[in-house]
Structure formats: structure tokens, C-alpha cells
Design a protein around this ligand. Structure first.
Ligand code: PLP
Length: 386
């Protein structure tokens, strides 16, 4: 927040700011999705829906996920709750499942809201991190180190915000089997599942790619925000057993009721017009892949003293800037503030994600701006070493 406030202040003063802090795609929502929502409004789809979402949208979510699921998976609309963004879906899951006395493991570096959600549920977040050379992906040893009789949940995000790391199918299977064995709720945040840079295309490994028998109690969280550039529409969803889905629906009915009805109509179009959806996603992912390659190449060339986690998905580069710390720059927030003042480039301090040695750079911006931003970062270093 501090860096973002400084960026706004400098921009208002007329400085040329390149904002690499965005957590959302820089594309517009595809027109046909917007048209479907507008048509819904004109057709009177402007009233309350059931708290858990339009039945046809819940069914469409179930169907779209089952299309790609491995053997043994079965669910229907009754297993799905539609919420105001993946954020509400995650909050609902934490609030419905955890409470005082419960430890919830949070894979670190983590998306900023996870520990806060666990804390709001009056449970205790326990951070666990994997080896840096694995992109921090957790191993069984890491999990065993932190497991106690109070461990009730594990929140995992793959592809990861902030690191872009992706669990391989095997890594995911190991974690899922471990969680099942210890009766730990696995909350799998798969919001960046489609933004994946494997050579073969397709989606990042999901819980649903595992054998059903490898997965114990789980809540899968996804939504349309990132996949369809629909962050402002506020539609996400959770998938879990029908009993928990009913509880989550009851919780939501007493807090916010249904997610906005016109937004649900837009999401319904996004999830049912498979052909146009795949076209739209394909274009967006191609742009993210190109930018990821640009950023990785240019950072390697111009900032060779800084290492990073090579992103395999999402649209972030987690850059290790610790090598530049000293008396004047003591931590990631100092680094971001100093770099913003000197170069006009805004990044997010890694401390927001649980690792103060890093900063997060978003490549949800144009190739030209990315190139210019990396040049400015490199120019600053040259100027300092002169
Ligand atoms: N999960 C992760 C990892 C995210 O990065 C975000 C948004 O930045 C969300 C969930 C929330 O998504 P939504 O906008 O659908 O609430």
C-alpha cells in the first residue's frame, strides 16, 4: 500500500511511472461475455439468485471442471458455490472449516490474504516453505516439520502468486496424499490454472488431474477473474463435498447473499461457450508467455546479479533483490520505495508475501513498458556503481 501510494503521488506530480504492481490481466473482458451479461440485464436477470449462485452456473462450473478431470471424479452443481470472487470463496472456506485451536498451514511465499483470512477465522496460520531451488514447492519433509495434532488445513496456490511456480503432477500428488493421510483439509487455489507456460499448452496440474483416491478432504477454488480478464465482475467459486457446500452457502446467505446476478450471467457465457473461451484464453496466455520470455531474458542479461524463480505460470516474476541490501536499503519495502523514486518503476515488496528478500514484478503490462522498466532498473545500478 505504501509503495502504491507513493506511485500515485509521483504520477500526480507528472513523473513517468511504470507500474509493475498489477495483480490483474491488462486485457479487456472479451466482448461476447460482456454482451451476454448485458442481454441478461435486458431480459430481467437483475434480481436475487439463490445465495449459492444460479443453478445453471453451478452446473456449468461442475461440467467445465469435469471435462478435464481424471478418472473417479464426480460432482454436480450441488458441490459448487458461486461467490463474489475467488477471494470470498477462500474466505468462506476458511471461516466454515477453521476456528480457535486450529493450525492452518500456509505455503509460503503466499498470496497476501491467506494468513489474514485464517486469522479472521480465529485459527492460527503456520507458514511452511519449500526449497528455493524447487520454486519453494513443498516437500513431504517440509510438511512433516510443521505438522502437529492441531494441523487442520493447508492452503496451496499453484500456479503461485507471487512466484509463478507450478507444482508438477507428482509434487501435487505427494502433497495431496500427505494431506489425506493426516486428515488435513487441502485448500487448492487454482485461480491461475489456465495461465500456464508448458510447451504442450493445456492447464497447470490441478487436484482434478489426480486420481480421486489420492485426494482427501478438499476445497478447490477457482473463478473467472484471471482466466477471462474479469477481475471487476467479482465471480469465483469453490468446489467441495455437498455437505460443506451447503454450509458455505448458508454462511454466504447471511453475509453477502448471491454474487451479482449480471456478473453470474457473464460467467455463465464464459464457461459454456467453450470454443470462444478457449480462443480468448489462448490469445491472452500467448501474450503472457511472450512477456514472461522477454522478462526472463532481459533480467538475465541486464541484471545478472539478481536471481529469480523462473515463472511457469501466472504473470509474476519473483525477483531476489537481497544482493542490493545494505545500510540505505534494508528490506524489500526500502528497495521498492527507493527504486520507485529513482526510476519510476513500481514493484511490490516481497514482505507482503512472506519473503523479504524478494520483490514481485507483474508482467500484466505491455512488452514496451516491461523492456523500458528493466532498462531503468539496470541503468540505476550502472549509475550507482560509477
Ligand atoms: N487467489 C490468488 C492467488 C490471487 O492472486 C487472487 C487475486 O489477486 C485471488 C485469489 C482473488 O481472486 P478474485 O479477484 O477472483 O477474488
Amino acid at each position: 500500500m505504501a509503495v502504491s501510494a507513493l506511485a500515485k503521488k509521483l504520477a500526480a506530480e507528472g513523473r513517468d511511472i511504470i507500474d509493475l504492481s498489477a495483480g490483474e490481466p491488462d486485457f479487456d473482458t472479451p466482448g461476447w461475455i460482456s454482451e451476454a451479461a448485458i442481454a441478461g440485464i435486458h431480459a430481467g436477470r437483475t434480481r436475487y439468485t439463490p445465495a449459492s449462485g444460479l443453478p445453471e452456473l453451478r452446473k456449468a462450473v461442475a461440467r467445465s471442471l469435469l471435462l478435464r478431470a481424471a478418472n473417479g471424479w464426480e460432482f454436480t452443481g450441488e458441490n459448487v458455490v458461486v461467490s463474489a470472487g475467488a477471494k470470498q470463496a477462500l474466505f468462506n472456506a476458511c471461516f466454515a472449516l477453521f476456528g480457535p485451536g486450529d493450525d492452518v498451514l500456509v505455503a509460503s511465499p503466499y498470496w497476501t490474504s491467506y494468513p489474514e483470512m485464517v486469522t479472521l477465522a480465529r485459527a492460527e496460520p503456520v507458514f511452511v516453505t519449500g526449497p528455493e531451488e524447487r520454486g519453494f514447492n513443498l516437500t513431504l519433509d517440509d510438511l512433516e516439520r510443521v505438522r502437529t495434532p492441531a494441523t487442520r488445513g493447508l492452503i496451496l496456490c499453484s500456479p503461485s502468486n507471487p512466484s509463478g511456480a507450478v507444482y508438477s503432477l507428482k509434487e501435487l500428488r505427494d502433497v495431496a496424499r500427505w494431506a489425506k493421510k493426516h486428515d488435513v483439509w487441502l485448500i487448492s487455489d487454482e485461480i491461475y490454472r489456465w495461465i500456464y507456460f508448458s510447451r504442450d499448452g493445456g492447464t497447470a496440474p490441478s487436484l482434478l488431474d489426480l486420481d480421486r483416491s489420492d485426494v482427501g478432504p478438499f476445497v478447490l477454488v477457482d473463478g473467472v477473474s484471471k482466466t477471462f480478464a474479469m477481475t471487476g465482475w467479482r465471480i469465483g467459486y469453490s468446489v467441495c463435498n455437498a455437505e460443506l457446500a451447503e454450509k458455505i452457502g448458508a454462511l454466504q446467505s447471511q453475509t453477502t447473499s448471491n454474487a451479482a446476478t449480471p456478473s453470474q450471467m457473464g460467467a455463465l457465457a464464459a464457461l459454456t461457450d467453450t470454443e470462444r473461451a478457449e480462443g480468448a484464453i489462448g490469445e491472452m496466455v500467448a501474450a503472457f508467455r511472450r512477456r514472461k520470455e522477454l522478462v526472463v531474458r532481459r533480467v538475465g542479461e541486464l541484471l545478472p546479479h539478481l536471481s529469480f524463480v523462473e515463472p511457469q505460470g501466472a504473470f509474476y516474476l519473483f525477483l531476489k533483490v537481497e544482493a542490493e541490501y545494505g545500510d540505505a536499503i534494508r528490506n524489500s519495502q526500502d528497495w521498492c520505495a527507493r527504486v520507485l523514486e529513482e526510476t519510476g518503476v513500481a514493484c511490490v515488496p516481497g514482505s507482503a508475501f512472506g519473503d523479504d528478500r524478494f520483490v514481485r514484478i507483474s508482467f500484466a503490462t505491455s512488452d514496451e513498458k516491461l523492456e523500458e522498466a528493466i532498462r531503468r532498473l539496470a541503468g540505476r545500478r550502472t549509475a550507482r556503481s560509477r
